[in-house]
Design a protein around this ligand. Structure first.
Ligand SMILES: [Zn+2]
Length: 335
């Protein structure tokens, strides 16, 4: 059977998961420009075309809102996404094993909410419970900047003094998150913080949207040693379609080079620990030279085709496209 046909069948028959999409910021900004039904307008068509079944929607607060407006913007983002889910007959919120199962058995596309950076909490541990009660189930300690919990990893080197690991607040935060039943996401955390987080936490974790540092030495990407820790803990890494995390060279912003990141990671972790964390952000970061390699989720099939051409089997690609993250979340909620 020809490659395109096999790829199409995989996308039609197996549920896809994108472990990182900035839905909070995208819907928040869209609504304030006067748009309505932002998720349906921009994502529903491509979701359906690709076979996307589950998305981790990030609550991300831009630098311009820090520090005073961080909490207000984050709460508004949660409300905005919840409102759009309520308005839509195609979307549903996933917060536990039961709702994940209902999502998988039904026609709706599930959204799991996750905080991308603890900045909205400042140093108030109790606020994490408030976000949990609002439906947020994931926590990334930092974005690519310092906050009360930890230091973030920058995309490219910056002039700065010594960076640190987790603060006492950061340690308390991961313990509280695990006690509440939230999953932890270390994608933007710096290396020192990551080692601390692994030492002070117990459960499987994810890197929701990062690539291989061996192929592109951005600190936002993950070293082979970190991949080994991830595998030993039973976590999953979502491969990131942002061009600057694939390569610094424009001629390497190709599906083939993106596929190289998948393959390098697979060598260390195997298929059960690799997924998608595409981080599509052209909408909130419009640039003359696009931030994203893929125009939309509909183009995920190009990666599937490329990996099929390289000899990966359909059953293994189903894991990468969604199975690995689904199993992570099912196990997280102990279905
Ligand atoms: Zn991010």
């Amino acid at each position: 059977m020809e490659i395109q046909k096999i790829a199409k069948e995989i996308h039609e028959n197996s549920p896809l998961v994108d472990a990182h999409l900035d839905l909070g910021a995208i819907v928040y900004e869209g609504k304030r420009r006067g748009e309505t039904r932002v998720i349906e307008e921009h994502f529903l068509g491509p979701f359906k075309a690709a076979g996307i079944k589950l998305v981790v929607g990030a609550i991300f607060v831009d630098d311009i809102y820090l520090p005073e407006k961080a909490l207000r913007v984050a709460i508004n983002q949660v409300e905005d996404v919840l409102e759009e889910i309520e308005e839509s007959s195609d979307l549903m919120l996933v917060t536990d094993g039961g709702s994940l199962e209902a999502c998988l058995e039904g026609d709706r596309i599930g959204i799991i909410l996750s905080l991308e950076g603890a900045d909205p909490l400042y140093d108030d541990l109790d606020l994490l419970k408030v976000f949990y009660r609002l439906g947020v189930r994931g926590l990334g300690l930092t974005w690519s900047r310092r906050n009360s919990a930890a230091d973030g990893s920058f995309f490219s080197p910056r002039v700065q003094g010594k960076v640190g690991g987790l603060t006492p607040f950061g340690v308390a935060l991961i313990r509280e998150a695990e006690a509440l039943g939230m999953f932890l996401d270390y994608s933007h955390l710096n290396d020192e913080g990551f080692l601390d987080a692994v030492a002070f936490s117990e459960k499987p974790f994810i890197f929701s949207h990062s690539n291989s540092r061996a192929l592109h030495p951005s600190m936002r990407n993950i070293s082979h040693e970190m991949m080994e820790v991830l595998k030993a803990r039973g976590g999953v890494i979502g491969m990131n379609g942002v061009r600057s995390l694939i390569s610094d060279e424009r001629e390497r912003h190709t599906i083939a080079c993106f596929a190289d990141h998948f393959e390098d990671t697979l060598k260390l972790t195997g298929y059960d620990h690799v997924g998608l964390g595409l981080d599509l952000c052209n909408l909130i970061m419009p640039r003359a030279y696009p931030v994203d390699l893929l125009e939309d989720h509909g183009q995920v099939i190009l990666i599937t085709e490329e990996l099929l051409r390289r000899g990966h089997r359909a059953a293994d690609l189903e894991k990468i496209l969604g199975g690995s993250f689904l199993r992570f979340f099912q196990k997280h909620w102990e279905l």
